[in-house]
Design a protein around this ligand. Structure first.
Ligand SMILES: NC(=O)C1=CN([C@@H]2O[C@H](COP(=O)(O)OP(=O)(O)OC[C@H]3O[C@@H](n4cnc5c(N)ncnc54)[C@H](O)[C@@H]3O)[C@@H](O)[C@H]2O)C=CC1
Ligand SMILES: O=C(O)CCC(=O)N[C@@H](CCC(=O)O)C(=O)O
Length: 488
């Protein structure tokens, strides 16, 4: 099985075995071998060799290749959506939206490149002051499993557009989506060496991150891995590191008039993608008292009717599975721990079939849990915390090391203004779900959620560095000389 794409050729990996499984049926979707340290090195060399020609290509030519890629994605959209569903368990309606986001990324990235990293010039004395941008060189892109197409694509597209060459290390849980994506780039006519695919698990990632030949690393994944990479890159200011990591996102509910609208928005925030979005609401902050009790009763009633099923089930379910049986077990264990520590199960998450990674939505009131762990539980498990007043709600919302997304459901604009000012997160929403961020906006968090290198619309910023030039076509002696210099 030729699992790697290096220097324009598909070749067999010589590293450890990688298999992806359909999380519901446990059937093997993809099998192959990962890249060894030597294969990583040969890919880095291929990317280095391809860099100069790719960076020197006129921008419009690079854009043409990107547009051809978007067309290929559109042509193969059903096949790719099906593959995303098979590998991640995401229902087809949702995988189709992921492919659409991938294709839409091209035009958005071109606009962002021109706006944020384009060229500017103006007169300065007898010269021109010119601002241009240059690509960093050879960059590594690490992807997570939850959006195996869209999120690596959000680094790869702007990186290539800026003139970098890329080493793509996808999640070992979703190798087939990565393979199809690279096939689309090949079909689009991307020159050899410009994009290289390095399948493999942690060991391949470690080898790539440690390779001295890379000029930068763009990462989307867990805070644990991101932190590790941050430490690894300490003392290396010459390398650009962009980290998009997880969150422990709060959604504060005020006493709103439309309870059903609140319930719908909470469900879209907590349970879409089976809770496997970095932007998902993890903590729901609800006022104490009768109104809050009624909201929770309605939330539990509606959540218990959510349709769950295999990615291709018809009629289509709202929620698919989590990524693996291992992830399902870890989530069930996390729920058991919350319950053992004083959590109250308002709607206990269940795993209806032992051999399928399908979980039903869980809602646990953790208000009485003495020491709540500040961790991201990446699945359909929502923790409820009851609050006394609005100030206490904001304090609790900020009671996290993370800072990706925070939201307020409230009929009061004044309360939103206060929430916006006092909450600490890269995404702050009012009466809208926390998930489904726009690619036309910057996307990134503060605290343990990122390192101030926002992605999506701002990805252009970390894909190129600014070069400021003072320029004039001929060298002349100025009319007035600086005191103390005489040209005799
Ligand atoms: N802020 C954001 O934009 C987003 C963040 N995420 C976060 O991603 C996580 C889920 O994705 P996962 O695939 O589980 O993340 P992960 O951190 O386990 O893996 C991400 C990538 O890093 C590689 N990797 C793992 N350990 C490594 C090491 N020591 N050195 C080098 N590479 C290594 C993996 O093979 C994979 O390619 C969640 O925490 C989620 O919140 C997901 C999507 C968006
Ligand atoms: O990267 C972009 O173009 C926009 C950000 C985005 O799509 N966010 C999604 C996914 C977040 C995740 O990976 O979990 C969202 O906000 O739902």
């Amino acid at each position: 099985m030729n699992s790697l794409y290096i220097a324009g050729s598909w070749l067999a990996g010589q590293g450890e075995r990688v298999e992806s499984l359909n999380p519901v049926t446990q059937q093997v979707v993809w099998a192959g071998n990962g890249a060894t340290v030597e294969q990583v090195e040969s890919a880095v060399q291929a990317a280095r060799q391809a860099f100069s020609a790719w960076a020197r290509r006129p921008l419009e030519e690079r854009i043409s290749v990107l547009e051809a890629f978007a067309n290929t994605l559109k042509k193969r959209a059903d096949e790719i959506a099906r593959c995303i569903g098979e590998e991640t368990g995401k229902p087809l309606w949702e995988s189709a939206t992921e492919v659409t986001s991938m294709a839409n990324k091209i035009a958005i990235s071109v606009q962002s490149y021109r706006e944020r990293t384009g060229e500017k010039s103006g007169p300065l004395g007898d010269a021109s002051a010119v601002l241009r941008h240059k690509p960093h060189g050879v960059v590594a892109v690490f992807g997570p499993y939850n959006f195996p197409g869209h999120l690596p694509n959000g680094h790869i597209v702007p990186a290539l557009l800026a003139g970098n060459t890329v080493l793509f290390k996808p999640s070992e849980l979703t190798p087939k989506v990565a393979e199809l994506t690279v096939q689309c780039w090949v079909e689009a006519g991307l020159p050899a060496g410009v994009l290289n695919l390095l399948q493999g698990a942690r060991e391949t990632g470690i080898a790539l991150a440690a390779n001295p030949g890379i000029d930068g690393l763009f990462f989307t994944g867990s805070s644990r891995t991101g932190n590790h990479l941050h430490q690894q890159f300490s003392g290396r200011p010459d390398k650009i590191l962009a980290l998009e990591m997880g969150g422990n996102n709060p959604l504060v509910v005020d006493e709103v008039a439309d309870v059903d609208a609140a319930v719908y928005t909470i469900i879209q925030s907590a349970f879409i993608s089976a809770g496997q979005r970095c932007t998902c609401a993890r903590r729901l902050l609800v006022p104490q008292g009768a109104w809050g009790d009624a909201l929770l009763a309605r939330l539990v009633a509606v959540s218990s009717t959510i349709e769950i099923g295999a990615f291709d089930q018809q009629p289509t379910p709202f929620m698919g599975s989590v990524i693996s049986l291992g992830a399902a077990k870890a989530l069930m264990d996390a729920q058991a721990l919350l319950l053992a520590n004083g959590g109250v199960g308002l709607l206990e998450m269940t795993q209806p079939q032992a051999q399928a990674a399908l979980l039903t939505p869980g809602i646990i009131d953790v208000s009485a849990v003495a020491e709540r762990a500040d961790e991201e539980l990446f699945g359909p498990l929502l923790q409820v915390i009851r609050y006394t007043d609005f100030a206490a709600a904001i304090a609790e919302a900020n009671n996290t090391q993370y800072g990706l997304a925070a939201g307020l459901l409230s009929d009061s604009e004044a309360r939103y203004q206060q929430f916006w000012l006092e909450s600490r997160a890269g995404i702050v929403n009012w009466n809208k779900q926390l998930t489904g961020a726009a690619s036309t906006a910057p996307f990134g968090g503060v605290g343990a959620s990122g390192n101030h290198r926002a992605s999506a619309y701002y990805a252009a910023d970390y894909c190129a560095y600014p070069v400021a030039s003072l320029e004039t076509p001929s060298l002349v002696v100025p009319a007035t000389l600086t005191p103390g210099i005489t040209l005799i």
